[in-house]
Design a protein around this ligand. Structure first.
Ligand SMILES: *[C@@H]1O[C@H](CO)[C@@H](O)[C@H](O)[C@H]1NC(C)=O
Length: 546
């Protein structure tokens, strides 16, 4: 009997990066949120160089699950801006998440959220993923890798068309006018002007407004700086209201270099107070979808207050008086420390509520099947789906709105578009929807929604979307009511689960039907459709704005 020799070959394959307990690291993006993860505890890999000012972070130490994971990781000091591995532990929801500034990130306050997470370091990383080097494992050449200079392209993470409306009044005077030019120049450089980044122009407010240069004139920081130096002081009343209105109406045309689909911003510099009224000009700017920022420098002293027409001029000029769009600087001397925070504000695009985007300019009504076949736990999954879609949008009195109707043979308006104007309130209202249980009459439910939910907002500024969720065959005709909805300008997405017949789903959906129809065999599959639906809505929004 000859012995059998076994030779075992062991191959080390390049696998995914691994955490200390051997579990794989999930590569995520700068914007992956806690709620995007599936596991209770997960080790993830944050990329390097995430744009700090674009993070949405809520809380401190314990973060609401809609926070960006990598943003929270930097905020909590677990990683730096060079990224790296992070352990994410999911936690129950909290009553209050505080707003705290740390490590260059301003977290925001939030009350009551369904779930949270906390972060900790991942002790050791055994293997680096092929093609995804873990940033801590950078080869030590002794030199820092040089970042390519982005002189030509500019800061791509800050796409914005910005008008600086500067004060050229006798009030500010020649000397402080020069200090103002310095400040504007420094902000321009900090922004990272370039072909694919922010573009800027300057208008001088004085007796009559004067456009000094347009967005298209210069696309490098150097040229802009030179042009700003050349601007001559005009004097007279500031007439900032007149200049603001003029800028909103004249400055941002495509001919003058405004780019399509890019936030429009007017940043108004004011010495003391305006000599005319800003309110109407603010309204005009809003109608043009322009974000107005007011930077007021050297506010009126108590003795001067008598000369100020309207003490509330700042709040009246901005599109939302939540503090984001206004800025106070005590004096024109030593303004350097305000350059960076101002530039960051101008690059925070999620907050540009006054620019119209798919996130802030739509109404979505959800039509929810409450029939007996759904059952309690699946009904809860439908509500979760609705919450997750709603979360993607900026809900406010001037932004997007959400409504919900539940149907069986009957219909019940759970809430209509005008009921709630904050995301929190909408999410609470969704949580509070009680399951009806009964039959399925989808056609009648569509007609009901057309009449009671969409009719009242027919002439409003927002684009209308209807998302229908159903798990079965309707007892009545869906084609007629769906066609009426399409005709009324409502874009319909139909989402079928389990027994919903594809024919009906397609008949209800808007054209092209394939991209407006979704199906999942199980209710748990709804989760995977969230992104497709939100993207679909944004795609339709863009198409309708061509
Ligand atoms: C900006 O461009 C316009 C049109 O091309 C031109 O008339 C104007 O002189 C330019 N302004 C400056 C300051 O270069």
């Amino acid at each position: 009997m000859s012995p059998v020799l076994l030779v075992l070959g062991v191959f080390l394959l390049p696998g995914p990066a691994r955490g200390s307990d051997g579990s794989a690291l999930t590569a995520i993006t700068c914007f992956t949120r806690g709620l995007d993860l599936r596991k209770e505890r997960e080790d993830v890999l944050c990329p390097a160089n995430c744009p700090l000012w674009q993070f949405h972070v809520y809380g401190n130490g314990v973060y609401a699950s809609l926070s960006s994971i990598c943003g929270a990781a930097i905020h909590s000091g677990v990683v730096t801006s060079t990224g790296g591995p992070v352990r994410v532990q999911s936690l129950p929801g909290e009553e209050n998440y505080p707003a705290v500034y740390a490590k260059g990130i301003q977290s925001q306050a939030l009350t009551r959220w369904a779930s949270s997470f906390s972060l900790s370091r991942v002790k050791s990383v055994a293997l680096a993923a092929a093609g995804q080097p873990v940033s801590t494992a950078r080869p030590s050449t002794g030199k820092r890798p040089k970042k390519p200079l982005e002189k030509k392209t500019g800061n791509k993470d800050c796409k914005a068309d910005i008008a600086f409306l500067i004060d050229g009044s006798f009030n500010i005077g020649q000397r402080r006018f020069n200090l103002q030019k310095n400040l504007v120049g420094k902000i321009s450089v900090m922004l990272g002007i370039g072909a694919e980044g922010p573009h800027v122009g300057v208008i001088q407010a004085s007796e009559h407004p004067k456009i000094e240069f347009y967005l298209k004139n210069f696309t490098t920081a150097k040229d802009v700086l030179f042009a700003i130096k050349e601007i001559g002081f005009r004097g007279g009343n500031s007439n900032t209201g007149k200049a603001l209105k003029f800028t909103a109406q004249r400055f941002f045309s495509m001919d003058n270099g405004a780019r399509k689909g890019i936030p429009k911003i007017i940043i108004v510099f004011l010495d003391g107070w305006p000599s005319d009224d800003l309110e109407e000009a603010g309204i005009v700017a809003r109608e043009f979808g322009i974000n107005v920022f007011i930077v007021s420098v050297a506010k009126p002293t108590p003795e001067e207050l008598g000369m100020v027409q309207d003490i509330g001029f700042v709040d009246k000029a901005v599109c939302r008086n939540n503090g984001f769009f206004s800025y106070q600087i005590p004096t024109w001397f030593g303004t350097t420390k305000y350059v960076k925070p101002l530039a960051q504000k101008l690059c925070t695009h999620e907050q540009m509520l006054c620019s119209k985007t798919c996130y802030n300019s739509i109404n979505i009504a959800f039509l929810i099947d409450g029939s007996s076949s759904v059952g309690d736990s699946n009904f809860a999954l439908m509500l979760e789906f609705i919450s997750n879609v709603a979360k993607a949008f900026e809900i406010s009195d001037i932004g997007s709105r959400i409504a919900a109707v539940q149907f069986t043979y009957d219909q019940r308006s759970e809430f209509i578009f005008s009921d709630y104007t904050t995301k929190e309130k909408v999410l609470t209202a969704i949580r509070n929807i009680r399951y009806m249980s009964g039959g399925t009459a989808t056609g009648e439910a569509i007609s009901f929604t057309n009449k009671n939910v969409f009719e009242p907002v027919k002439n409003g500024p927002n684009k209308n979307f209807l998302v229908i969720l159903t798990d079965g065959q309707s007892y009545d005709d869906v084609r007629g009511p769906a066609a009426a909805a399409h005709k009324a300008g409502i874009t319909v997405f139909s989402i079928g689960i389990a027994w919903a017949p594809l024919d009906d789903l397609k008949a209800m959906a808007s054209e092209p039907r394939d991209t407006h129809t979704f199906f999942t065999r199980e209710f748990t599959g709804l989760e995977q459709i969230v992104t497709d639906v939100t993207r679909g809505i944004c795609r339709d929004f863009l198409d309708s704005n061509q």
